[in-house]
Each structure stands twice: as structure tokens, then as C-alpha cells.
Design a protein around this ligand. Structure first.
Ligand SMILES: [Zn+2]
Length: 271
């Protein structure tokens, strides 16, 4: 075994192991074909003085924008062109750890191998910059292609504001309990574009934890990567129940408005 930056860093390793576990789930669920999907996690709280002193193994690379709240922050990110199913087995060969330089406009790799981060890095980092700016406890962002949720966005009916959210919440009580902020719809935009990144942040700003990109996939944020995955998993499960009912030949009734109000009160869910 060669040395790894994760050796003797139990808390950091546990966080990276969670990313690997989630990457495996994404592949098993059929949500991560080829190199599809992205994960970035803010790991700054797990970085010790010894790690701060490690020299970078890459040159300084431009992020493409200046993100003032990311000064000295550290991230684990999936590598560009890397597969989730490979990351599940070898997170440090298919992703890397980066630190943001003091000018807040560059990063350098401090990891086991100089794996270049995802091409989506600027948009993911812009989300993390906004999370820190607002004092959010959220540290993880996830982009993936959940089959049934994406299928819903191929109908105008489910692109109306909160139409999909209300339907998904009404399929099974846990959906609202565990995804109380619902699903924010982002109209189709070119993948990797600045417009898509900006529209995603706007959707998160308006109170959603999960943004649904029309005919593409979801972008979710939460305290850690496991919780971000859970939100998408719960929403997609509800979509599967809806589809199962339709496959049995009927439109599901769904829980009533009164039942959902009662649930919100009993669980103290956000409005
Ligand atoms: Zn995608």
C-alpha cells in the first residue's frame, strides 16, 4: 500500500468513504451512466495543520471566477471524465482534494494523485460560496440523473411551479417529512453553462434543497453527501410509486391536502 493523504485522518477518511458509498448507490440505481453526475464536498473542517503544510501536487489553476467566501477552503471533488462506479472503489484515484488559494480565484491539488476536478467545478464552487455566505450548515452538493424524476420533466404538467412537489409529497408521508422544501424546477438550459449554474443557485436561494433540471437531472445540497443523496432517493421513490400506479392503469389519488397539513403540523415541517 502506498501512502495516502487519508492515512491517520479518520474523520476525513470517513467523509471520503461516504462519497464512495454514495457513488456506488448512484451506479447501482442506474443514475450514473458513463461519467455522468458530480459530487463536491466542503471538507475544510477535517483538514488539520499537517495537511495545511503539505505542498500542492499541481500548479495553481484558475477557477474562472472569484468566490470571496472560499478563501482557504478545501474540497473533495469527483475527477473530470471519471466514473461514479470507479470512484466507489477508489475515491482518491477518481477524485481529488483541492484547496482554494488566498486570492479566491485559483485552486491547487493536494491529494494522492493529480486528478483534475470535474469540469463542473466552477458551478459547484459557486454554490458552496453562496452556502458559506449565507451561514448554511450545508457542505455537500450532488448532481445525478434519477430516471423517474427526469422522466417527469418530459411533461409540461410537471414543470408548473410546485406541481411535481405536491404530487410527490402526496404519494407517501415520508416524502414531505424528509424533503420538506420540495423540488424546484429549472427550465432546460445547456449543460455546464453559466446560465444553468446561475438558475440553480437562484432556485436554491428561493428555498429548495433540490433543483430539478428539465430533461437532465437533479442538483441537491445538504449537510453531507449521504443526506443529499437521501433527499433525491426519497423524491425518486415517490415518482416510482406514481408511475407504478399509472402502470396499474389508474391515476393515484394521493394523500389529501388535509392529510399533508396534519403531517406538517405533527412533524413541525418548514412552511
Ligand atoms: Zn448531468
Amino acid at each position: 500500500m502506498t501512502d495516502s493523504i487519508l492515512d491517520n485522518r479518520t474523520a476525513l477518511k470517513a467523509e471520503i468513504d461516504k462519497v464512495a458509498e454514495v457513488a456506488g448507490y448512484l451506479w447501482q440505481k442506474g443514475w450514473a451512466e458513463r461519467n455522468g453526475g458530480n459530487i463536491t464536498v466542503n471538507i475544510t473542517e477535517y483538514v488539520d495543520d499537517g495537511m495545511q503544510a503539505i505542498p500542492a501536487i499541481s500548479d495553481r489553476r484558475a477557477i474562472g471566477k472569484t468566490l470571496p467566501h472560499l478563501k482557504g477552503q478545501w474540497f473533495y471533488c469527483k475527477g473530470t471524465q471519471k466514473r461514479m462506479r470507479d470512484l466507489a472503489r477508489e475515491p482518491m484515484a477518481n477524485g481529488s482534494i483541492i484547496r482554494i488559494t488566498p486570492d479566491c480565484a485559483h485552486y491547487e491539488i493536494v491529494a494522492d494523485a493529480p486528478v483534475a476536478p470535474t469540469s463542473e467545478l466552477p458551478s459547484h464552487l459557486a454554490v458552496h460560496d453562496w452556502l458559506l455566505a449565507t451561514g448554511s450548515p450545508y457542505r455537500a452538493s450532488l448532481h445525478t440523473h434519477p430516471i423517474e424524476l427526469v422522466a417527469l420533466t418530459h411533461s409540461r404538467r410537471w414543470l408548473e411551479k410546485d406541481a411535481a412537489t405536491r404530487m410527490l409529497w402526496s404519494m407517501i408521508p415520508e416524502t414531505k417529512a424528509f424533503c420538506p422544501r420540495g423540488l424546484g424546477i429549472v427550465p432546460y438550459m445547456l449543460p455546464s453553462s453559466v446560465e444553468l449554474a446561475e438558475a440553480t443557485i437562484k432556485t436554491l436561494q428561493s428555498g429548495y434543497d433540490v433543483a430539478m433540471w428539465e430533461k437532465h437531472g437533479v442538483f441537491a445540497v445538504d449537510t453531507d453527501i449521504m443526506s443529499a443523496f437521501d433527499q433525491v432517493d426519497v423524491l425518486n421513490k415517490a415518482a416510482q410509486i406514481y408511475i407504478a400506479s399509472r402502470n396499474m392503469g389508474f391515476e393515484p389519488d394521493g394523500m389529501t391536502e388535509a392529510q399533508m397539513r396534519q403531517l406538517s403540523e405533527a412533524f413541525g415541517l418548514p412552511k
